[in-house]
Design a protein around this ligand. Structure first.
Ligand SMILES: [Zn+2]
Length: 137
């Protein structure tokens, strides 16, 4: 078989080197207020890579790291795992996507998950309750 040398930027995952994510760019996790904070946990990103791989669909991060000001502005809990870089919200377009993402998260060992109309929150904060799934009213 002839070796394919054509690169398809943006289509195939970039090589995972030095602990870098296979599927996510660091800036996808930067605080959305413009402050530049990015304290996202490498362990969380590695977990999200596994969720992405298992779910088999592209995942769009809508919230990763949050500074205290931004967390308050978006109505996050004062002890939100977003503050410590241990949580990310993933955009959800419908019930099948919600199924795929939540199933994959549980399969790869995510023990904390929040379900909203348009998002799934995944969180690896070991200082909070484990094996929980909650709803955003
Ligand atoms: Zn901020």
């Amino acid at each position: 078989m002839k070796e394919q040398t054509t690169s398809a930027a943006g289509q195939t995952p970039t090589a995972s080197q030095n602990g870098a994510s296979k599927y996510f760019k660091p800036e996808e996790f930067t605080c959305r207020c413009g402050c530049g904070l990015n304290n996202i946990s490498p362990e969380l990103v590695a977990t999200l890579d596994k969720v992405r791989e298992t779910a088999g669909i592209a995942l769009r991060i809508t919230s990763g790291s949050r500074c205290a000001k931004h967390n308050e502005a978006v109505g996050g809990k004062s002890d939100s795992a977003h503050l410590t870089g241990l949580a990310a919200d993933i955009a959800i377009g419908g019930s099948h996507e919600r199924y795929l993402v939540s199933k994959a998260a549980i399969a790869v060992g995510v023990d904390r998950m929040g379900i909203g109309m348009n998002l799934v929150h995944l969180d690896i904060d070991k200082d909070k309750s484990q094996q929980v799934t909650w709803l955003y009213a």
